[in-house]
Design a protein around this ligand. Structure first.
Ligand code: SAM
Ligand code: SF4
Length: 474
């Protein structure tokens, strides 16, 4: 697919801020939404074309229940037609809660005297990763506050420690990072440790609102944050994740901001973000937070469907901040990755006692199902859990873009890899009931592979997994 100039509204320059709030509000206020327009835009997206900011504004302004339903159905269809039924699973691992910033919404903020400050040492990282591997995790995201201690070298070190852990058949095959933005050299150091995606969330794309929430510390510099992922690209780290924290400002503006950010990366580096995240603010230690910009479940579902249609070739992540029931619904609108078995208190994967003290985590999660419970429910919903890390390890960068644009890519790589990683999970970690369901799902998914050669090869590999081999992938 070609990115045509009309999707970029102002000239984009690398390493230069790109959000023009008047432009965004103009689109939102001056665009009207009719049934015909909404339908035409959804068809455009379903024909694999990228939406313009103006078209995104039309979807945002579609308020009638019937039109919102159309948008959600459109997103569902796009997910089904293009990505199929796979959901990739991962877990967050909180490494350090020290923080020099003062983000008013976060339990780790420097002024929160109730927060427990802790940084895992190497042995503790090993214990956490062992516990995660024993549950069947293969993909992690390491999370850190922003602190002088958490240098690029330190982060690279923790990544290497986590990759080195092996217990039974367990191993971590992909580590993503959510940490403070770095300079170009810093990103280079972290990239060399073998990470997958580096995520930096802008939190709010609205400059004035941003100021009111980020009171001190490095993060109070809006422009430095906005251009973070440009620096990552300059460092050769082209696998980046963007996000907005919904509840800080008007959700319509944030959706436009996210799309604008994706445009900017495409315009300057010819590669869009690997993933988009859309956390909603949750309760945190000593948090008193107004609800002026609270995003309702209905608007949340709508905005996720709009993002799916607007940036159809980007991965979308939905975390355990949201409750199980809502997650089950929203997954349908185009989410590609979710976390399972999540614990966010430092050191809590390897501890036996439950730790639900708000002071100990960054915020409160609302889905505390084990990884296996999540796997089980995905299977009940006819979804295929996947622990695939293949594209990243085979050097196939831009995997979502390829899934989207290369004919047959999903059938050739993604479905077989989801099946093989699920077969490993069943052999090594699943209780009997999940195993029964899992093998049924595998058989059903194998049926969908039309190419007899691929089918035969997948069946052979499953036999090898049953015989004890691991890490077979395409
Ligand atoms: N300290 C780094 C930073 O701020 O970029 C790492 C990320 S922080 C540990 C992870 C993300 O959690 C933030 O970017 C923010 O979007 C989100 N977050 C912070 N407070 C939250 C809250 N109360 N509820 C939900 N998400 C929150
Ligand atoms: Fe620190 Fe990140 Fe929390 Fe801000 S969001 S206080 S930078 S951990």
């Amino acid at each position: 697919m070609k990115f045509t100039p009309e999707i970029y509204s102002i000239a984009d320059k690398a390493m230069t801020p790109f959000i023009d709030s008047n432009e965004i509000w103009d689109y939102i206020y001056k665009t009207t939404s009719t049934k015909e327009k909404v339908k035409a835009i959804i068809s455009k997206s379903l024909s694999k074309q990228r939406l313009t900011l103006e078209e995104v504004a039309v979807l945002i302004n579609a308020d009638e229940p019937e039109l919102i339903e159309e948008i959600k159905e459109g997103a569902k269809t796009l997910k089904k037609n293009i990505y199929g039924n796979r959901i990739v699973l991962f877990a967050p691992l909180y490494v350090g809660s020290k923080c020099a910033n003062n983000c008013t919404y976060c339990g780790f903020r420097s002024t929160n005297k109730d927060a427990v400050r802790k940084t895992l040492n190497d042995q503790e990282i090993v214990a956490e990763v062992e516990a995660l591997e024993e549950n069947g995790q293969k993909r992690l995201i390491l999370v850190y506050g922003e602190h002088a201690h958490y240098t690029p070298e330190y982060i690279a070190h923790t990544v290497k420690v986590a990759y080195s852990v092996r217990i039974g058949n367990g191993e971590i095959r992909r580590i993503n990072i959510n940490a403070a933005p770095m300079d170009v050299d810093g990103f280079r150091i972290v990239k060399e440790s073998g990470i997958g995606t580096f995520q930096v969330f802008q939190e709010t794309y609205h400059r004035e609102a941003y100021k009111t929430y980020h009171l001190s510390g490095k993060k109070s510099d809006y422009d430095y944050r906005l251009t973070s992922l440009d620096r990552a690209q300059e460092a050769g780290l082209d696998d980046v994740g963007i996000g907005a924290l919904f509840g800080l400002y008007d959700w319509r503006f944030e959706v436009m901001g996210l799309v604008r950010h994706a445009n900017h990366l495409e315009a300057c580096y010819n590669v869009g973000p690997h993933t988009i995240s859309f956390p909603r603010i949750k309760d945190a230690s000593s948090l008193e937070f107004g609800d002026k910009y609270f995003v309702s479940d209905e608007d949340f579902a709508k905005l996720i469907a709009i993002l799916r249609l607007a940036v159809p070739y980007t991965g979308m992540i939905l975390t355990a901040r949201e409750p199980q029931k809502l997650r089950n619904e929203i997954i349908q609108y185009g989410v590609s990755q979710i976390d399972g078995g999540t614990k966010i208190e430092l050191g809590s994967y390897s501890k036996l006692e439950e730790n639900t003290d708000l002071n100990k985590g960054q915020f409160k999660i609302n889905d505390d199902r084990s990884l296996n419970e999540v796997v089980d429910e995905l299977l009940d919903q006819d979804m295929m859990p996947s622990f695939c890390t293949s594209c990243y390890r085979r050097g196939r960068t831009g995997e979502h873009f390829m899934e989207f644009s290369v004919p047959g890519f999903i059938k050739r790589f993604c479905t077989p890899n989801a099946i093989l990683t699920m077969a490993e999970y069943i052999q090594d970690y699943a209780p009997e009931q999940t195993a029964i369901k899992g093998w049924k799902a595998i058989a059903k998914n194998i049926e969908t592979i039309e190419d007899e050669k691929i089918k035969k090869s997948v069946l052979e590999k499953i036999d090898r997994i049953k015989d004890g081999e691991r890490d077979l992938y395409y």
